[in-house]
Design a protein around this ligand. Structure first.
Ligand code: ADP
Length: 480
């Protein structure tokens, strides 16, 4: 099949708009699909934060009271930004300065999805017509629905980046957005008395994907499906899990401008220099032989920040240091800060978002902690393998899929990290204790580090898997 025209619809796309993994994935996957020959356009709301960037761009279309501007990312990907100042000219993407969701998010993203579907549909104003429209997360969940309603349009894909966020709004939203009333039923977009944007995407799309094979399985069960497991079971044949990649240029210890000393799998000496610099920067004793454990994440229940805090005393008792970077739930932030105050020579905590420090922690730490209760894919466990910082992860979702567990001598040939099942401080401790013991055996440790550093976490493989899904859908459409 020749070059496919694919329209991504998403609330985030790095570097224009990003609050987390979604922005990274959308930007990087679009670029990777471009590299294998597809013609991808990313459709994004034109937030205030984008307006100051170069490529404010020419207006290429006007529809439904909004304008569409074009810009081109450094990666070569074309972005179409949908603008309606009363909806998007605000301080945040989703929330106000106080951290409260905007009260009109249903209208903001509902309108955005409607206009995006119109823009690239068969009856849209552009000469460019999408073969496939690919909606990311709940913000774009109405796109497959609008596309289905329009009839003759592109095939549609809905990707779930995190099942925990579904975009559920009062029933009245159906009328507010001008949707036909008959979509509001359990066999449709209704979810227990609400309009669910994500459910609409899952119900009306031609294919559903999520960001790891493990998570694709998990979300068909009540524990991880957040009430949508039944629908996902009925769509099992159209559901696939495709692992996210990472940006291997940005996350490369041999070329990382943020870190003090470059290193690679053959020359790991530089890593010790980074460790010393990191300990000094965070006010910890600069001891080369003290194992340094790190965690970078949103401080939330999902990420298991509380589990790490529960474990801290044992970790300190074992003679290790702990550094935490993140922000999120106030109580967890406060507990982390208090822990550091109690143990200033063993624990350092930084509350906030700090890209440079995240790179320095990956480069300088010995062990990376990721005890997530659920994890659709996760990125840091891949960064840490690439940086020779073996991760300790819970066996869930993308963590299980990307870390090869150490389980005794016979696994040293392939192991890249430490995996535990039980979501508790005891569970984490089992794996961490095994990591700390192995850390003392320099040769064995070096093998684990190198096993991880050699792995290919680039986007190439995933992009080809998405491409295969697009081809299947387009072929199916042509046959009809
Ligand atoms: P999620 O999207 O669920 O938050 P991911 O692991 O998929 O988790 O992606 C989160 C991304 O944001 C990673 O690149 C991670 O390093 C980064 N990140 C999270 N918190 C911080 C922080 N406080 N400072 C710097 N980077 C952070």
């Amino acid at each position: 099949m020749g070059r496919l025209k694919v329209a991504f619809v998403a609330a985030e796309c790095a570097p224009f708009a990003k609050t987390g993994g979604l922005g990274d994935v959308v930007g990087a996957l679009a670029a990777a699909l471009g590299r294998i020959g597809d013609d991808v356009r990313v459709i994004l709301p034109r937030y205030r934060s984008i307006q100051g960037l170069p490529g404010g761009g020419p207006v290429i279309a006007t529809l439904d009271g909004g304008t569409v501007r074009e810009a081109v990312l450094a990666s070569g990907v074309t972005v179409w930004m949908i603008d309606r100042p009363d909806l998007f000219d605000r301080a945040g993407l989703y929330q106000d300065e106080k951290g409260h969701d905007y009260s009109d998010n249903a209208l903001r993203f509902g309108w955005f999805g409607k206009v995006a579907a119109q823009l690239v549909g068969a009856d849209g104003p552009l000469a460019w017509k999408a073969d496939v429209v690919h909606a990311h997360d709940w913000h774009a969940g109405l796109v497959p629905l609008w596309t289905r309603l329009a009839g003759n349009g592109p095939a549609s894909v809905q990707t779930i980046h995190n099942m925990a966020f579904q975009g559920c709004f009062p029933a009245d939203t159906v009328r507010l957005l001008g949707l036909p009333p008959d979509i509001y039923r359990p066999d449709g977009a209704e979810f227990y008395g609400h309009l669910s944007f994500l459910k609409a995407g899952l119900y009306y799309s031609d294919a559903v994907t999520t960001v790891s094979p493990g998570y694709a399985e998990e979300i068909t069960t009540p524990e991880f499906g957040f009430g949508l497991e039944g629908l996902l079971q009925t769509r099992r044949d159209d559901l696939s899990g495709i692992l996210n990649g990472i940006d291997v240029d940005e996350w490369d210890p041999a070329r990382d401008p943020w870190i003090g000393r470059a290193y690679d799998g053959d020359h790991l000496g530089g890593k010790v220099v980074n460790k010393t610099l990191l300990q000094q920067a965070l006010g910890l004793p600069a001891e080369a032989d003290t194992p340094l454990c790190a965690m970078v994440s949103r401080m939330t229940w999902q990420k298991g920040s509380d589990i790490v805090l529960d474990l801290a005393d044992r970790l300190i008792g074992a003679g290790a240091q702990l550094i935490l970077l993140g922000s999120g739930e106030r109580t967890l932030e406060q507990a982390a800060t208090a822990l550091a105050a109690r143990h200033p020579s063993s624990v350092a905590v930084r509350i906030g978002f700090d890209e440079a420090l995240a790179h320095r922690m990956e480069a300088g730490a010995d062990v990376f902690l990721m005890p997530s209760r659920f994890e659709p894919c996760g990125l840091n466990q891949m960064y840490s393998q690439r940086y020779g910082t073996p991760p300790v992860v819970r066996a869930t979702g993308g963590l299980r899929d990307t870390v090869i567990p150490y389980g005794g001598e016979e696994t040293l040939e392939s192991a890249t990290g430490f995996v535990f099942e039980d979501s508790s401080a005891d569970g984490l401790w089992q794996a961490l204790a095994s990591a700390l013991a192995l850390y003392r055996r320099k040769d064995a440790w070096l093998r684990i580090q190198r096993n991880g550093m050699r792995r290919d976490f680039g986007w190439g493989h995933s992009a080809r898997q998405y491409r295969t899904i697009y081809e299947k859908l387009v072929a199916r459409k042509e046959k009809r």
